[in-house]
Design a protein around this ligand. Sequence first.
Ligand code: MG
Length: 255
Amino acid sequence: MRIARFSHNGAITYGIVDDTDLVVLAGDPMFAGFDTTGERVPIADVALLAPVIPRSKVVCVGRNYRDHAAELGNDVPAAPMLFFKPNTSVIGPGDAIVLPPQSERVDFEGELAAVIGRIAKNVPAERALDYVFGYTIGNDVTARDLQRSDGQWARAKGFDTFCPLGPAIETDFDPTGDAVVTTRVNGDVRQQGPISDMIFSLADVIAYASAAFTLLPGDVILTGTPAGVGPFTAGDTVEVEISGLGILRNPARNA
Ligand code: MG
């Protein structure tokens, strides 16, 4: 089942994607279940929004693909390297990534995103995927120059608009499968890597993170990016595709 969040006639609501239509849901399915209103709306008539606004945090994993760690001259970490993006960085499909004047190099990082569906604390890896509501696509947009100069990553990865999510949440997706993350800039392929190349699996990451802090329904986990990261500039369009999850497409503009 694929769930979208959208704006239609001035209201924000959720729907189940059914071919070219949305079957409108009565509430947020993460909390209110899947009761429908009986209404159907053509997808072409709505504006898709970020499928989730994280309730408290976006948890990200750095250097979780060997080839990506190597391309930036880093070693593979011995344990998941976690950092946060603020929920204010989230935008939806089609929204513009705004390039801040503080940075001279902003990079795309296409990533598999998992949406947490239940309160998770001290969850063992064997049961970790039971706590996932569904899956979507994320772009861990990064001001690479500020990441280097700041040391800490909060500012470089936390600017408003630096966390595109979408286009929808897919509940039937196998994060242990061989889906491929592909990132294109203006149609040119820049990244292409299978999620099976992750060093730490999503289940491992949930276990490791939830041993430290509580994950809340609506929190999002970005699982790291494959090799090929690089810059984009104003006027470019960045799209991240993951087989089975669709395409997340965002234009970029200057602030
Ligand atoms: Mg990343």
